[in-house]
Every structure is written in C-alpha cells, then in structure tokens.
Design a protein around this ligand. Structure first.
Ligand SMILES: NC(=O)c1ccc[n+]([C@@H]2O[C@H](COP(=O)([O-])OP(=O)(O)OC[C@H]3O[C@@H](n4cnc5c(N)ncnc54)[C@H](OP(=O)(O)O)[C@@H]3O)[C@@H](O)[C@H]2O)c1
Length: 254
C-alpha cells in the first residue's frame, strides 16, 4: 500500500519559519519529514502538533552543513519513509535550515563565510542532488532566499551573496528538472521575528521599529506570514508556478 498523502521534506523545521512551513503543509494534508540540528525537544513538540492536525510527522536530526553525513541521512530518511509512510519517495523538498553571521564585508572571516556557505549553498545544493531520484514527478523544490538579495543592508554581504546564488540555482533547477515535471521556486522573506541572529528582529525594539518603518505594511514579518505561501507552492493550485522568486516581505525597502 502506498501513502495517499503527498509528503514534504523540510530542513530546519523545529523553529521559526521552518516550523510554520511544516504546520502549514500539514494543514494542507501533507505528511511531513523535517529535520532539526540541535533542538530535539522543540522538534518533538512540532511532531505532536503535526499529529494533532491528523498528519504523520517525522523529525530527523541532521546537520545540513556537513555533506559527509548526507549518505547516512538519505538512508535514514528512506527507511523512515518506508516504515512509516510505505514509500521510499516524497513530493516536495524545502531547503530552509540556516543561520546568519552578521558582519560587514570588510570584517567577515573566511571561516564565517565557509560556515554560512555550507548551510546556505553547498548543503542545499548537494542535498537536493542526492535526494533528487526520490522526488516524485509533479512535486517540487522550494528554496529559501532573503529580501536582502534585492536591497543591500550593511552586515549581510556574505549571507546575501550566498542567498543570491540559491536564487540562480533555482532557475537552473527549474530548467533542468522541468522535463521530470519537478518545479523549483525560491521564496525571499523580509525580516521575520524568529530566533535567527539571537532573535534580534524580534527582541531589539529599535531594530524592530526601524524595519517596520521601511515596510509598506508597517510592521516586520512573523513566521505565520511565510508557511502558507510555501504550502501554496506545494499544492496543485501552484502547478504552473515555476522558476519564480517570490518575495514575502510586506513590501519592504520599496
Ligand atoms: N528570520 C528572518 O528574518 C529571515 C529572513 C529571510 C530569510 N530567512 C531564512 O529562513 C531560514 C530559516 O530561518 P529562521 O529565521 O526560521 O531561523 P531560526 O528560527 O533560527 O531556525 C533555524 C532552523 O534551522 C535549523 N538549523 C540551523 N543550522 C542548521 C544546520 N547546520 N543543519 C541543520 N539545521 C540547521 C535549526 O535547527 P535547531 O532548531 O535544531 O537548531 C532551526 O530549525 C534560513 O535559511 C534563513 O536564512 C530568515
């Protein structure tokens, strides 16, 4: 018996945007495999919330920055899919996991650059390549970029350059995978209140006010602004949306 529900694999689903993506996808009737890096308890809580929505939820520990672990992750993912969802394939891959080293171009170290490169470009690039044979036709890839690729804010040169590379990669994925009926799109959130950068957007009142003042809708984003868009991109209604960068920023820095 094969699973009737579509299945999404989301990296970094334990907190922040990824958690909202996972719950929004579950509300849309998808079963979910998501990863966490360090926050096991938070991940277990998310599994419970997925189950309360009537869907299957599987949390796997995974470090997206370490490609030496990708074979083992693929094996674990496959055996969990087989044992819990009666399939070895899935429909949507959402490359979300990430963190930020905040440093201006003149100060960022090669080590900091490499750490971000591993999480934001190399990791998603080769993880997607590895998992590609398991993505069903009429499924898709959603990559996560940032509003910071469109406008320049001091302190994000390396981060934004890496996110820009993911936007370019998304176009190539859409072009090359179209023949397999796999779509690729990239979302570009504006500043959102999450734990990223020590929770600065949420907890630094001055920063929060400034970012809100630069946003047409007059506030910063919340995780709940993001997941529904990803769930839409992973639905049949979005079946003709391909190779797009979709900014979700309330109209910031226009
Ligand atoms: N928040 C924003 O303003 C904003 C704006 C634009 C784009 N983004 C992007 O959105 C994505 C999610 O950010 P967020 O704000 O939701 O961050 P967050 O609240 O800090 O959550 C980060 C998530 O990524 C996971 N993670 C971090 N490093 C990892 C690694 N090496 N391997 C695997 N998983 C890892 C974390 O797992 P644990 O919980 O286990 O640590 C967590 O699930 C990132 O790609 C970020 O660049 C964020």
């Amino acid at each position: 018996m094969s699973s009737q529900n579509k299945i999404a694999v989301v990296t970094g689903g334990s907190r922040g945007l990824g958690k909202d993506m996972v719950l929004s996808l579950a509300k849309n009737g998808l079963d979910i495999v998501f990863t966490y890096n360090s926050q096991k308890e938070a991940a277990e809580e998310v599994v419970k919330q997925i189950e309360e929505l009537g869907q299957k939820g599987i949390a796997l520990k995974f470090d997206v920055s370490d490609s030496t672990g990708f074979d083992e992750f693929t094996e674990t993912l496959t055996s969990e899919l087989q044992s819990q969802l009666n399939t070895d394939r899935f429909d949507f891959l959402i490359n979300n996991a990430g963190f930020i080293h905040y440093a201006e171009f003149g100060n960022i170290t090669e080590e900091q650059f490499t750490e971000m490169e591993n999480v934001h470009l190399r990791g998603p690039f080769f993880l997607t390549q590895k998992l590609l044979p398991q993505i069903n036709p009429f499924g898709g890839i959603v990559n996560v970029s940032s509003g910071l690729t469109r406008f320049a804010t001091p302190g994000f040169a390396a981060y934004a350059a890496l996110k820009g590379a993911m936007e370019t990669l998304t176009k190539y994925q859409a072009q090359e995978l179209g023949k397999r009926n796999i779509r690729a799109n990239v979302i570009a959130p504006g500043a959102i209140e999450t734990d990223i950068m020590g929770g600065a957007v949420r907890d630094n009142a001055e920063m929060n006010r400034y970012l809100a003042s630069q946003t047409a809708l007059g506030r910063v984003g919340l995780p709940g602004d993001i997941g529904g868009v990803v769930a839409f991109l992973c639905s049949d209604a979005a079946g003709w949306i391909n190779a797009q960068r979709i900014e979700i920023s309330g109209g910031s820095n226009l």
